[in-house]
Design a protein around this ligand. Structure first.
Ligand SMILES: [Zn+2]
Length: 261
């Protein structure tokens, strides 16, 4: 039901499809086709040039335990940056995995013509969740933009596997109604396409008002939990290059879907 509702709400993105239609019509008017080329990639690239995707590789080499408000004007506080999980079989920390995937995702999105902004490109970036959101806001302000926050999960039950995304609840007190709706659409599109690509279990989307990493965002945002580092097999998979490529192309497919719906 929720997904149907969200699909209906995608009508608000109708501007994007209108732009798509007009460029298509123009191309059809070009009569003398000199070379037989599939121009869909070129068209997509041109269109995506003005679309900004900000990527945050979650965490960094050390946690920041100082507190910060979980959202604008909130009395509730949480540590600025959690330490993140560690792979049970690979022993690879989440901050390294999120960076590895984020760099592949960056390359994939650039290939598809997007203007990509990275919050961090190394493991020494001691900025809080709030500070990272504010950087993303500054990149995406007044632009057709989204913010992807890349994470991996961990839980005491090592049998649990699967991917999920997180977005704001309908009654999120920190974000605009428009941003809440767009963030939910983005969360749905990314989890559907990512799990299609990786063939991992789709655990759906979690809507929450407790994440500083969401609440401070003024552009559409989703937190991507790629899988469970607490599951030996999923840890090994996520830390393999081939699987990271599947994650990246799946997320990129979700981004395409979001912008083109
Ligand atoms: Zn994390």
């Amino acid at each position: 039901m929720k997904r149907i509702l969200i699909a209906i709400l995608s009508l608000s993105l109708i501007m994007c499809s209108l732009v798509g239609c007009s460029s298509k019509d123009k191309n059809n008017d070009d009569d003398n086709k000199r070379i037989e080329v599939d121009s869909s990639d070129v068209k997509r690239s041109n269109k995506n040039n003005n679309r900004i995707v900000v990527i945050d590789a979650g965490h960094q080499e050390a946690p920041i335990n100082e507190l910060e408000p979980i959202g604008p004007n909130s009395d509730k506080k949480k540590p600025k940056l959690a330490s993140g999980a560690t792979g049970v079989s690979t022993n690879i920390p989440e901050y390294q995995l999120t960076l590895d995937v984020s760099l592949k995702l960056r390359d994939e999105l650039i290939k598809r013509g997007y203007d990509v902004k990275m919050i961090r490109e190394n493991n020494n970036f001691p900025k809080s969740n709030r500070e990272r959101a504010i950087i993303a806001n500054s990149y995406g302000k007044n632009k057709d933009s989204i913010f992807l926050r890349i994470h991996a999960n961990s839980i005491s039950d090592s049998n649990v596997t699967g991917a999920l995304t997180m977005g704001p609840s309908d009654d999120n007190p920190y974000m605009s109604k428009e941003n809440i709706e767009k963030s939910k659409l983005l969360s749905v599109d990314v989890i559907e396409e990512m799990t299609k690509s990786t063939d991992s279990m789709d655990k759906g989307i979690i809507l929450t008002n407790e994440m500083s990493g969401i609440n401070w965002c003024e552009i559409p945002v989703t937190i991507v939990e790629m899988g469970f580092l607490s599951n030996p097999e999923e840890d090994r998979l996520m830390n393999s290059k081939d699987y990271q490529k599947l994650i990246s192309s799946g997320i990129a497919n979700g981004v395409d879907k979001y912008f083109n719906n």
